[in-house]
Design a protein around this ligand. Structure first.
Ligand code: IPE
Ligand code: IPE
Ligand code: MG
Length: 263
């Protein structure tokens, strides 16, 4: 207990730079997934409209993306709009649908400079044309970049994703292209929208909510979960660094008796 406290104290007085140096020498999560929550409450606290919180949250996206890229994280999936978020007032939905365009138009040069590659999971067809255009353009322009994959989950819902996978597999079996016995975890993985990405190692949710809200239910089977009270617009590099440090101190056993803690 005392040793734990002392370790914490030492961590407190270490400078950010030293801490960054230390985490870089240890095992970095390949894929970090974030449920960016609390924009509305952030605005409410300031007596501002909810959309002001969403706008502020965009700045956090920029900061965390650049930082994750600097740290050498391979993929960052950001939950930006769920299949259930269509239940919100039209004015808020319209604002949220404008954000990808604003974000990508503003930061595309920076993303290119840093070699960040933009991708998306979710049902793109149901997005407004201008949102689709902004995302498609950014994906096209950044497609050869080799740095961080910045993957937006936009109009994404895990259950819907799984329904599509199941239908596709059923069709393949029905048409005689696949044996039922051939269906295994790898086949299912290969049909998910995240098929080409490493499995998420770390899930972060901001704003104090402790639930998944239909986010990557299959993919998160063995991810480490970190929940923080910090509202997304207040989330910053130090918070992300803390999450990586916590992750690196977890003992991931994957069902066995031996952990994978390294470094
Ligand atoms: C997260 O912030 C952004 C989206 C879900 C689009 P919220 O808008 O959910 O903020 P709270 O939870 O109401 O504070
Ligand atoms: C989850 O947040 C979705 C996104 C962050 C995009 P919500 O705010 O929609 O989740 P609930 O409604 O509190 O579960
Ligand atoms: Mg919320």
């Amino acid at each position: 207990m005392l040793r734990k406290l002392m370790r914490k104290k030492t961590a407190d007085i270490q400078s950010l730079q030293e801490r960054i140096h230390t985490v870089k020498q240890r095992q970095m999560p390949n894929h970090v997934a974030i449920i960016m929550d609390g924009n509305g409450r952030w605005a409410k606290q300031r007596k501002m409209p909810r959309i002001a919180g969403h706008h502020e949250g965009m700045k956090t996206v920029r900061q965390v993306t650049n930082f994750a890229n600097d740290l050498g994280v391979k993929a960052l999936t950001l939950y930006a709009f769920s299949t259930e978020n269509w239940k919100r007032p039209k004015i808020e939905i319209d604002f949220l649908m404008n954000l990808p365009g604003e974000f990508l138009n503003t930061y595309l040069p920076e993303l290119m400079e840093k070699g960040i590659k933009v991708e998306m999971i979710g049902n793109m067809d149901a997005l407004p044309a201008h949102t689709k255009t902004a995302i498609t353009k950014a994906m096209e322009i950044t497609k050869n970049n080799t740095g961080l994959i910045l993957n937006f989950a936009m109009n994404y819902g895990s259950r819907l994703e799984l329904v599509h996978v199941m239908k596709e597999l059923a069709r393949e079996v029905e048409s005689g292209n696949m044996e039922i016995e051939a269906i295994d975890e790898n086949v299912i993985n290969s049909k998910l929208m995240t098929a080409h990405l490493p499995e998420p190692d770390l899930l972060i949710r901001t704003s104090g909510e402790v639930r998944l809200s239909n986010f990557m239910l299959w993919q998160l089977a063995y991810a480490e979960f970190i929940f923080t009270e910090v509202l997304w617009p207040d989330y910053n590099e130090e918070c992300f660094l803390q999450a990586i440090e916590d992750f690196q101190n977890r003992d991931r056993r994957f069902g066995s008796l031996e952990g994978d803690r390294k470094g």
